[in-house]
Design a protein around this ligand. Structure first.
Ligand code: MN
Ligand code: MN
Length: 473
């Protein structure tokens, strides 16, 4: 048998969730073989990483590919979406798969297998989304957990879109998940508050983008989170709040954890970068997303949550609708498909705005984009680390390079960008996925369909909370 190909990455600064160490990294086949001083060692391919940072491949657990929503469909499929991911240093993604009416829960996984076939460039997993809590659906929960998709999502709003799940049903789903060893992810916004605000605003002619944010105030999110925490306390199930964007949310999670409730939360890139000021611009529809962008002080509170550990990770919530589709909301905020294309720029933005501006330590940065998603979503230690035996998913990063982010310098499939003209420090030079060089500078070398399904299994103990990772240098 032919020996597997070896690659040696020499002299880079290797960043993990714990440390930053100047080390060499040896890859054998698809796996990291050694991480040490390997100056005597030779390999088939040797790469000089002097002056570069070496990160574990980023993981994005919150993306919407081929997502049919608000009368349109997201333009990222498993080819264009994972291609943009790869350019952004993301080597694992987890996509949401909505249960269609009358459809079984198992077919949510099967549908994504078909979508990924011959297309995916990086590894991928699935979160089944329950939209129809039939008794048969609840019975299938252990089956999807067994198939490696132990994280199920539900929406507490979007009633008119047919996505909303009532509290009683959430409790039943959570009980089943608890028994099966799964976790419930929640889009937490109170539907009643939003629906009554929206009709009030439309009645009084308030239809511009900023009213999207006004119709979904922090209280809508907080109220849903409060209800959810009660359900979690009663059932003892594990919950994960997606795209959390309020100050009280961060506090409530901390208090709930103190009481022993099994809950964690993420926020998303755009809540850390933008405020609701963007919605007052003429092209404000670009920033219509839910929950909405909020005030400066909320943005600061979310950064604070990242510092004290109350927010465990940062995902993209990539929801890439075409400009034509976004224009559906030009005169009516409620008709605009909610979402921002963001799968590619996350690592760059968090490095540039976080690490290079002194808000994040390097290990905490890696924790937010790789370690925590891998641990919380059942992919560790295969993913999210650079330890021997793990998948050789690796990003080589030039920390000094400056460039300007815009629609042309990114590789996403949407024909517009919310991140136009942002000055960036730091650039991805190379990306490896399971030992294979898939991004080399501007070139994407990955073959369509090489991405594999990630079988996930959650750990018993939850991810450490309030870990305040590593202090700033
Ligand atoms: Mn959502
Ligand atoms: Mn989402």
């Amino acid at each position: 048998m032919k020996a597997p190909k070896t690659t040696l990455i020499r002299g880079g600064k290797v960043v993990t969730g714990e440390s930053v160490l100047k080390q060499d990294l040896l890859i054998r086949g698809e796996i990291i073989a050694e991480s040490n001083d390997l100056s005597g060692c030779r390999a088939d391919l040797e790469i000089d990483a002097e002056g570069l940072l070496v990160f574990p491949g980023a993981i994005d657990t919150h993306v919407h590919f081929n997502d049919e929503f608000m009368g349109t469909k997201s333009v990222h499929d498993f080819f264009t979406g994972t291609r943009a991911a790869a350019y952004g240093g993301v080597t694992s993604i987890i996509d949401f798969s909505n249960q269609a009416p009358k459809e079984s829960l198992l077919s949510t996984i099967k549908n994504k297998e078909e979508e990924a076939l011959g297309k995916a460039l990086v590894d991928w997993g699935v979160h089944p989304v329950i939209t129809q809590p039939y008794p048969e659906t609840l019975k299938e929960i252990p089956l999807v957990v067994e198939k490696g998709a132990p994280t199920i999502k539900c929406y507490m709003t979007y009633r008119e879109e047919g996505l909303m799940i009532e509290d009683d049903d959430l409790a039943s789903i959570l009980k089943q998940l608890k028994k099966a060893g799964g976790m419930l992810m929640l889009h937490a916004e109170d539907n009643n508050i939003i629906e009554s605000n929206v009709s009030e605003m439309l009645r009084s002619g308030k239809t511009s983008p900023i009213y999207h944010a006004r119709s979904r105030p922090p209280e809508a999110e907080n109220k849903a989170i409060r209800r959810l925490l009660r359900t979690a306390e009663k059932t003892g199930g594990r919950i994960f709040i997606v795209h959390m964007a309020t100050e009280d949310g961060v506090k409530m999670i901390a208090a709930a954890r103190d009481k022993g409730i099994d809950v964690l939360a993420e926020t998303c890139t755009h809540y850390l970068i933008f405020t609701d000021k963007m919605l007052e611009r003429e092209d404000g529809i670009k920033w219509i997303c839910s929950p909405p962008l909020r005030s400066n002080s909320v943005r600061d509170a979310l950064w604070e949550g990242i510092h004290n550990g109350g927010i465990s990770m940062v995902s993209s919530d990539d929801a890439a609708y075409s400009w034509d589709a976004k224009l559906l909301g030009a005169k009516r905020f409620d008709k605009c498909p909610n979402g921002i294309p963001g799968i590619e720029p996350r690592l760059n933005l968090l490095y540039s705005e976080g690490v290079s501006k002194g808000k994040l330590s390097l290990p905490r940065f890696v924790e937010l984009i790789a370690v925590a998603p891998a641990e919380i979503f059942g992919m560790a230690p295969k993913k999210g680390t650079l330890s021997p035996g793990s998948d050789a998913d690796i990003v080589l990063f030039d920390p000094l390079k400056k460039w300007t982010m815009n629609c042309n310098s990114l590789h996403m499939a949407a024909d517009w960008s919310a991140y136009e003209g942002i000055k960036i420090t730091g650039k991805i030079k190379k990306v490896f996925s399971r030992g294979e060089l898939i991004i080399d500078g501007e070139k994407c070398l990955a073959e369509k369909g090489r991405g594999r399904y990630i079988y996930r299994k959650l750990k018993k103990g939850t991810f450490p909370f309030n870990r305040k990772a590593v202090p700033l240098k």
